[in-house]
Design a protein around this ligand. Structure first.
Ligand code: UD1
Length: 397
């Protein structure tokens, strides 16, 4: 993917009818954003294809470049059919402040030049926060997809990103009812909050037929129900060498009972390198490179259990009904515990929790309301309705 790949600018008016076009800048920056942007683009295209739909929508895709490796970014674009970004800000890695500031500096001129009607951000990564801040300060309306989630743990950068983004957004699209309550408690007006469901489940449903054809299980010799799928990358689990070492030793021990597949996030790989952990002593502990979305779906669906600190996997396992242990003190996705198959675990209780599940004592779950594959469609409906309303009140002034 090229940097600063400026392909075009917004036209603003429909070529034939001269009718105003709704201009959206869609922002994606890091791995967990891509499966949320893909369904949105698909829904915009199908909205535009319906001749009755007015106004038409033009979108510009901005990739901040927060994630840049092929297996952290490009592979998701290919698998999910996301078009090449119109603009890649190419910001790369850095401290929290560096990365956020670099995204802001690079995104501001784009907004000034393109004058979009809306900036649409997803999730809770630094790109989400940085682009919302820029848009809000320029008086451009922003909408946040996956709004209202709260862990109430401000030691996590994502919680700060969520709080600030939601405080600034003009439309807050929530994945579950608990998110609506959080936003109301923070004093956000009900008219801004729309319960639309989980957009990631749109991506999951559309990629499931491909996931069923994944060749990863045959490459790794995996059989449904006979392995544990592990993903860990949060600073709280991997940045402290003592904690990471202890996690790895526990995984080594568990791998003597059941095969573990653990694709290593670049942060985790970097932190693991200097540790004296001998992976070769544990032949059933498979430490592999990061994998694509479709292979990950297969693993999440067919694992005996998933051990993770990722938000997305907590939700995907709830959808699949796969037992999930989340190695964190809290979660911003409590619906996956209350309704789904997720449970929190700790370093202390990890082995006992895993053993319990391996013995068949699993929690049954359900799928939350509106996790049905139609979330993006609902979002487009609300965005259009809100824009028409804003236009007619401006005309009436
Ligand atoms: C970020 C998000 C986190 C999300 C995660 C998913 C924030 C604050 N955090 O965390 O919410 O769960 O993405 O992956 O936005 N690196 C590479 N190649 C890449 C990207 C990163 O090697 O393509 C390495 C770099 O050494 C970098 C480190 O990974 O310093 C961490 O990347 P960064 O984007 O800062 O945070 P993540 O841990 O990925």
């Amino acid at each position: 993917m090229t940097e600063m790949n400026d392909r075009r600018t917004f036209i603003g008016y429909h070529r034939n009818t001269r009718m105003k076009i709704l201009k959206l800048i869609l922002v994606a920056g890091a791995r967990p954003n891509f499966m949320k942007i893909a369904p949105l683009i698909k829904a915009i295209r199908s909205y535009n294809q319906d001749r009755r739909h007015r106004p038409k929508i033009d979108f510009m895709l901005v990739h901040t470049g927060q994630h840049y490796d092929n297996n952290m970014s490009d592979i998701f674009f290919q698998e999910l059919g996301i078009p090449e970004p119109d603009i890649n800000l190419g910001v790369g890695s850095g401290s929290q402040a560096e990365q956020t500031a670099r995204i802001m500096l690079a995104f501001e001129p784009v907004c000034l030049r393109e004058k979009p009607d809306w900036v649409v951000v997803v999730g809770d990564v630094n790109s989400t926060l940085a682009c919302s801040l820029v848009a809000a300060k320029l008086g451009i309306k922003t909408s946040h997809i996956e709004a209202g989630l709260r862990s109430y743990d401000r030691t996590m950068p994502e919680e700060i990103n969520r709080l600030v983004t939601d405080a600034l957004a003009d439309l807050l699209f929530t994945p579950s009812a608990d998110a609506n309550l959080n936003l109301k408690k923070e004093g956000l007006p009900a008219r801004k909050i729309k319960l639309v469901g989980n957009i990631m489940i749109d991506a999951l449903i559309s990629r499931l037929p491909e996931a069923e054809k994944s060749t990863l299980p045959s490459q790794l010799g995996l059989k449904p129900g006979e392995f544990v799928y592990v993903t860990l990358h949060r600073p709280s689990n991997v940045d402290d060498p003592k904690i990471l070492h202890s996690i790895m030793n526990k995984l080594g021990k568990i791998s003597k009972k059941i095969t573990i597949v653990f694709p290593l996030h670049p942060r985790t790989r970097k932190m693991l390198a200097p540790l004296e952990f001998r992976a070769q002593d544990y032949p059933q502990l498979m430490l592999i490179e990061p994998i694509g979305y479709t292979d990950s779906l297969w693993l999440a669906k067919y694992a005996r259990l998933v051990l993770t600190d990722s938000g997305g996997l907590q939700e995907e396992t709830t959808y699949f009904g796969t037992p999930c242990l989340t190695l964190r003190r809290n979660t911003e996705r409590p619906v996956t515990i209350k309704i789904g198959t997720n449970q929190l675990t700790s370093l202390k209780s990890l082995e006992a929790d895993v053993n319990r599940i391996l013995k068949g004592k699993t929690k049954r779950g359900n799928v939350p309301k509106y996790w049905d594959g139609r979330t993006a469609e609902r979002i487009i409906k609300y965005l259009v309705a809100s824009s028409i309303k804003a236009d007619s009140s401006a005309a009436g002034r």
